[in-house]
Write a protein that binds this ligand. Structure first.
Ligand code: NAD
Length: 297
């Protein structure tokens, strides 16, 4: 693995975390986004993130200073990738946006550059023909709160070079991730293939009034000694994402249509979006599931 210069495209929820984590581990990182206004927001978020690194993983001021020195910012794609060994794409989960992005990226990138997509639900083979280097293209999927939930799934497609796959496994480890190889293309990779049905089952119990969210979570937590149940997880993912997934399937799946309606009326329209707004199935900070009495009665 010979990567030194990494470009992260898209500085939203996941992109700015990937950029910071990569810079924290000593790589030179070019942060690319569509305009300077969005990049300014990313810069501000890096300062907030450095406080989390101090609190959660005892990062020193020297490590954080080095991290900031490793970061540079671009709103011009050609400049952002001119010497990139690896581009990690974290642009929105939208086929049209990703398609247009890969068309441009393939034009501007040097031949050496490996492309990795952070997609949660799409497949590398959907975009491989656009990259101009299908053998150097694969998925590298991170989890939200990357510095503590430090895992990365690595998934190629039929013609991904085996050495490139191995290089990405090594890169994931080099930036502090537990590297999780996926051997066959699968929408949702490993994590979301399990997580989406799990959360949908819990939501179905709730909309069918089989039980209430806190009782459903308690059932899971008590049975497996798990620190969180599905509704706590939904709050962390964000109710907006759950709502968007339900909306996607609402036309063909009546259960998803009902989940969508309940989430819309009781959460989305009231700005109860989970952890991002401090109110979802639980209230934050100090959600009930973290209290000592939650599992007592
Ligand atoms: P987001 O909407 O928060 O951020 C997307 C960013 O991309 C924004 O800053 C936007 O300005 C930028 N952008 C839009 N068009 C662009 C373009 N053409 N070129 C460059 N930048 C562009 O999205 P997100 O939640 O960070 O998701 C990004 C990717 O990461 C998606 O593929 C998603 O599936 C994946 N992902 C998200 C999560 C999560 O928890 N949010 C977890 C794992 C993976």
């Amino acid at each position: 693995m010979n990567f030194k210069n990494v470009t992260v495209a898209g500085s939203g929820v996941l992109g700015y975390q990937i950029a910071f984590q990569t810079a924290f581990h000593g790589f030179k990182v070019s942060v690319y986004d569509i305009n300077d206004e969005v990049l300014a927001k990313a810069k501000a978020k890096f300062f907030e993130l450095s406080e989390c690194y101090k609190r959660d993983i005892s990062a020193t001021q020297e490590q954080l200073d080095n991290t900031f020195n490793n970061l540079s910012y671009y709103s011009n794609l050609a400049e952002a990738v001119q010497d990139a060994d690896l581009v990690i794409e974290a642009v929105p989960e939208d086929v049209a946006i990703k398609t247009e992005f890969y068309k441009q990226l393939s034009q501007f990138s040097p031949a050496k550059t490996v492309f990795a997509t952070n997609t949660s639900t799409l497949l590398p083979s959907q975009f491989s023909d656009l990259t101009g280097r299908p053998e150097k293209f694969l998925a590298l999927h991170f989890a939200n709160l990357i510095w503590v939930n430090n895992m990365a799934e690595i998934m190629g497609h039929d013609t991904t070079d085996k050495q490139v796959f191995e290089d990405l496994v090594q890169f994931a480890k080099a930036i502090g991730m537990v590297a999780l190889p996926v051997y066959k293309e699968q929408p949702g990779l490993i994590l979301n293939s399990m997580l989406v049905p799990y959360c949908v089952s819990a939501l179905e119990l709730w909309i069918n009034e089989v039980s209430d969210p806190h009782t459903i979570d308690k059932t899971w937590m008590k049975s497996f000694g798990s620190p969180k149940g599905p509704f706590a997880i939904l709050d962390i993912i964000g109710i907006t994402t759950a709502y968007n997934i339900a909306k996607l399937h609402a036309d063909v799946n009546p259960i998803m249509a009902r989940i969508k309606e309940r989430l819309e009326n009781e959460f989305i329209n009231q700005n109860k979006l989970g952890l991002p707004t401090g109110q979802g199935f639980y209230s934050y900070p100090n959600p009930a599931y973290e209290s000592a009495t939650f599992l007592k009665g």
